[in-house]
Design a protein around this ligand. Structure first.
Ligand code: SF4
Length: 292
């Protein structure tokens, strides 16, 4: 039995690494910069600058270790060019492959409160630069049903609570009027805990950095059913690139938990005719819960 569970754990880790690498590759990353050590001139500023340049395609994605040393970068006394403003948040740590395994510190976490404390004033990805508040999650820590969204918007960022803006009001209506449940009965969380600038889509490195927190939340809550709201929640949890239009309306499994993908409430605000599709999905959830 122990060998079986070890094998299953290894398979899960292998699958997570494979998915993480594919996501980075699709984001244009073909290699990792070597993590800087304090003796190499600091970690955060350099790592973040490289990540940003890689993202913009302004530099090669090959590891910096193979490059010739540049006096302007390696010399602590070299003046910074006037045209380049200093980073506003210098302590941001660029995500490394090892961030996937920040899980060792999470393994000892036993409650959602402890998990929130572990996240702290998180700077594990660049989304920390524009956020007002980390939006951890809200609801019943023993919820039978968990909704997982994409990431905070403006209202959520200001309040520190998921789904409180216009899309959140629509989700609340789905819960209270459609499902005849209270928001407090369920749990609501997002894939990324900080607001992406201008509500852009979260990027693969940001999802990879933040996903372990969602994984741990779900592990602690142990819901019977998860509803994944929109593309990013469904694709992240199911480790797939299949579009939401093909994922929704069908039961899937996440870590042994039944998972129903459906359309994001923000999408429904723009496409109200598709509310009927979400209602179909929610009815399937209600049937599974014995409420219909
Ligand atoms: S999005 Fe997640 S990983 Fe990135 S800074 Fe916020 S809490 Fe940390």
């Amino acid at each position: 039995m122990e060998a079986d569970s070890t094998r299953e754990l290894l398979l899960q880790i292998t699958e997570s690494v494979r998915w993480y690498m594919e996501s980075l590759q699709e984001g244009g990353v073909t290699g990792f910069p070597r993590a800087a050590t304090p003796s190499q001139g600091g970690t955060g500023e350099r790592g973040n600058g490289e990540t940003e340049k890689l993202r913009r395609g302004e530099m090669s994605a090959t590891p910096r270790v193979s490059e010739s040393p540049s006096p302007q970068v390696s010399s602590p006394s070299a003046p910074r060019p006037q045209s380049v403003p200093p980073p506003t948040v210098s302590s941001v740590v660029a995500p490394q492959a090892g961030d996937l395994f920040l899980a060792p510190t999470l393994q000892t976490v036993k409650t959602l409160e402890e998990l929130r404390a572990e996240i702290g004033d998180c700077r594990r990805c660049k989304l920390c630069q524009g956020r007002t508040k980390i939006v951890f999650g809200v609801g019943n820590p023993r919820a039978e049903l968990v909704f997982v969204g994409e990431g905070p918007g403006r209202d959520e960022d200001l309040k520190g609570e998921p789904f409180v803006g216009r899309a959140g009001q629509l989700l609340t209506e789905i819960i209270t009027k459609g499902m005849k449940m209270r928001r407090e009965e369920i749990y609501i969380a997002n894939v990324v805990k900080c607001r992406p600038p201008e509500n852009r889509n979260p990027e693969p490195d940001e999802i990879a950095a933040c996903e372990p927190f969602l994984v741990k939340q779900l592990d602690l809550i142990k819901p019977r059913i998860i509803v994944a709201l929109g593309t990013f929640a469904a694709q992240t949890l199911l480790k797939t690139k299949t579009p939401i239009s093909r994922l929704r309306g069908v039961w899937h499994t996440y870590q042994g938990i039944k998972l129903m993908p459906t359309l994001h409430p923000a999408y429904l605000l723009r496409n109200p005719n598709d509310k009927r599709l979400v209602w179909q999905d929610i009815q399937a959830v209600l049937r599974e819960m014995g409420r219909l």
